[in-house]
Design a protein around this ligand. Structure first.
Ligand SMILES: NC(=O)c1ccc[n+]([C@@H]2O[C@H](COP(=O)([O-])OP(=O)(O)OC[C@H]3O[C@@H](n4cnc5c(N)ncnc54)[C@H](O)[C@@H]3O)[C@@H](O)[C@H]2O)c1
Length: 275
């Protein structure tokens, strides 16, 4: 049956229960794409555990979703906290079907200006967070009938990022970890698929930050890619929904770009590669 759902910042969309009855964990769910994914998965019938280190914003989004959602404060770089979450989910929900890893940070500094400390911090969150999330949730996911992991990488996984050296390195790791996990699960007959999404130029607080720090906000805000607009968080949430649902049952180890063609035409990207 078709109904309608509407969340702040998203256009009204048709809902048909595409992930009805599934249990999902979404990291980075207090903001941007993680928040949009949590809202869409819940609207489509999933019970969603929103995870973020920003408790105030996370609770706000969770309350807006309603009964199908709960919030857990967690730092994705902390293994103990992930293990605690796995126990909590097992006790509260009995299992897990979907893991969306969207939490991430950006650090604007090129290779010459990146300290080892900053490099390690970005890698620990953007790459380590996904490693720990997948590792700790796999024992639950492999007991699902149809487990799905969706990792949010970036077009920087392919292109690198001159202005964000550590960020580019971390996203390259997300791309290959995704394939390693997909192959590992398939080889063992685990019913768990693992895919990555590679967004670019999506309007979120992180993108705003990049625009401000890269020194050409007016160019980026206007956009030079056709059709000249940044993407919406719902553009990525729809891709997450597809990969999370059983509609994508034959898709694993794959990568989906949601970038308005910027990977196809890297010279046209709105983000300058030099300050
Ligand atoms: N916005 C874009 O155009 C774009 C492009 C490519 C990739 N991405 C990726 O998409 C993902 C989501 O980004 P967004 O644009 O929605 O950003 P955002 O800043 O709006 O959201 C990121 C969320 O991650 C959370 N977070 C950060 N570090 C954390 C930690 N250690 N533990 C738990 N939570 C943590 C933040 O609190 C925030 O709620 C990120 O992985 C980002 O790298 C974004």
């Amino acid at each position: 049956m078709k109904t309608k759902a509407n969340f702040s910042g998203m256009k009204e969309f048709d809902v048909t229960g595409r992930v009805e009855g599934k249990i999902a964990v979404v990291t980075g769910a207090a903001s941007g794409m993680g928040a949009a994914a949590a809202q869409m998965l819940a609207a489509e019938g999933a019970t969603v555990v929103l995870v973020d280190r920003n408790e105030a914003l996370g609770v706000k989004i969770t309350e807006a979703i309603g009964d199908r959602a709960s919030f857990v404060k967690l730092d994705v770089a902390d293994e103990e906290q992930w293990n605690g979450l796995a126990e909590e989910i097992k006790a509260r929900h009995g299992g897990l079907d979907i893991l969306v890893n969207s939490a991430g940070i950006v650090h604007i500094a090129g290779v010459e200006d990146t300290s080892l400390e900053d490099f390690n911090r970005v890698i620990a969150i953007n790459a380590g967070g996904i490693f720990l999330g997948c590792k700790s949730m796999l024992p639950l996911l492999k007991k699902s009938r149809h487990g799905s992991i969706v990792n949010i990488a970036s077009t920087a996984s392919h292109q690198g990022f001159g202005l964000g050296f550590a960020y580019g390195a971390s996203k390259g790791a997300v791309r290959t970890m995704t394939k390693s996990i997909a192959a590992y699960c398939q080889d063992r007959g685990y019913p768990v698929r693992c895919n990555s999404i590679h967004p670019n130029e999506i309007e979120t607080p992180m993108m705003e930050d990049v625009m401000q720090r890269s020194g050409r906000p007016e160019t980026v805000a206007e956009g030079i890619l056709p059709p000249g607009k940044l993407g919406a968080t719902s553009d990525v949430a729809y891709a997450i929904l597809y990969l999370a649902s059983e509609e994508s049952r034959f898709v694993t180890g794959g990568e989906l770009t949601v970038d308005n063609g910027s990977l196809m035409r890297p010279w046209a990207t709105s983000i300058p590669d030099q300050a």
